[in-house]
Design a protein around this ligand. Structure first.
Ligand SMILES: Nc1ncnc2c1ncn2[C@@H]1O[C@H](COP(=O)(O)OP(=O)(O)O)[C@@H](O)[C@H]1O
Ligand SMILES: [Mg+2]
Length: 318
């Protein structure tokens, strides 16, 4: 099988200053993943686990300290020149958590959607008009004329996120990186945005990397799920299998902590603190919170292959 995107052993360290001291935040360690055409991959984990960092490194908003990102078989340079950037953004788009802050508040929807088309050289008025109507139809905002004239603040949160998706598909990308696209929306409209992502995948063959802290929405739309903890991938597998039979003790904890139709609402905060990423523990980062901890956990386990899934835990050592 050939992948449209490969992330190989990527590391991202932030340097922060506190007073006269500088600290290194190990936001991402050894991140490795693949994405196939029209696949939906969700990256799940608590706040601070490195999900946004991973997405921003892939989306070239941050450059990695180590590792490699391969798009359609070619390594993506760490820093893109203007031409490379235009080419990259045509194929890989990002949708942010807060559609309001990602849109110019003094511009109408028409301008917001037209801008990428102009960047990609579309000049013909009728062609632009047709394209705008087409993408608004794709994201189910109609009639188009009404929405084109609106300012972002005149739209509901759900409508704004639909405009963000309309903008992201206007250059016919192959991959959309979506960072918690439903987390700021009312519960009642979250699923309609997830359904929109499913529709865009179906109709446009777009692949998604979908970041969320909510395992339920990840299960709803994903083919595969990656579980992150403290900047590391702890488990990976088919979405249904991760939810049905989580292997890693951390995934088991996540499943218990999130509202699930099958019950169980333990709060993660009651179960210990996530580790500091400034000097993360040697070995498995989850060991301070893990009830199965043994002396073996002092060494970082690799991702073991277990029946089609991958899991970073000594419990599954072969
Ligand atoms: N620009 C930045 N500068 C310094 N530290 C950062 C920056 N962005 C993220 N971090 C740190 O990296 C870690 C991972 O953050 P993030 O990727 O935002 O996690 P998540 O999206 O899972 O909540 C956190 O400890 C966060 O404080
Ligand atoms: Mg985040």
């Amino acid at each position: 099988m050939s992948f449209i995107l490969e992330v190989r052993d990527v590391e991202k360290i932030f340097t922060i200053r506190k007073g006269f001291k500088t600290f290194r935040v190990m936001a991402l360690r050894g991140a490795t993943l693949t994405l196939s055409e029209a696949e939906i991959l969700s990256v799940v984990g608590e706040s601070g686990s490195g999900k946004t960092t991973l997405l921003r490194v892939i989306g070239r908003l941050y450059s990695e300290n180590k590792g490699e990102i391969i798009l359609f078989g070619s390594t993506v340079p760490k820093k893109l020149n203007k031409k490379q950037e235009i080419d990259f953004r045509r194929r890989v788009q990002i949708v942010f958590q807060d559609p309001f802050s990602s849109m110019n508040p003094v511009k109408r929807v028409k301008y917001i959607l037209e801008r990428p088309l102009r960047i990609y050289g579309m000049r013909e008025k009728d062609e632009i008009k047709q394209k705008l109507e087409e993408v608004l139809q794709d994201v189910e905002l109609s009639p188009a004329e009404i929405f084109l004239d609106k300012f972002p603040h005149e739209l509901s949160g759900g409508q704004r996120q639909r405009v963000a998706f309309a903008r992201s598909i206007i250059t016919a990308p192959r991959i959309i990186l979506a960072d918690e696209p439903t987390s700021m929306l009312d519960v009642s409209i979250k699923s309609s945005i997830l359904n929109l992502m499913l529709k865009l995948r179906q109709e446009h063959k777009i692949a998604f990397i979908h970041v969320t802290h909510d395992l339920a929405s990840a299960r709803y739309i994903s083919d595969r799920i990656i579980v992150m903890y403290a900047g590391m991938i702890m488990e990976e597998g088919k979405a249904q299998e991760i939810v049905k039979m989580p292997l890693h003790p951390y995934t088991q904890l996540l499943l218990k902590a999130f509202p699930d139709p099958r019950g169980g609402k333990e709060k993660l905060s009651n179960l210990g603190e996530p580790p500091s990423l400034i000097s993360p523990p040697e070995g498995c980062p989850f060991q301070p919170r893990c009830k199965y901890r043994t002396i073996e956990c002092e060494n970082l386990p690799p991702l073991y292959d277990v029946g089609g899934k991958k899991v970073r835990c000594v419990l599954y050592k072969i």
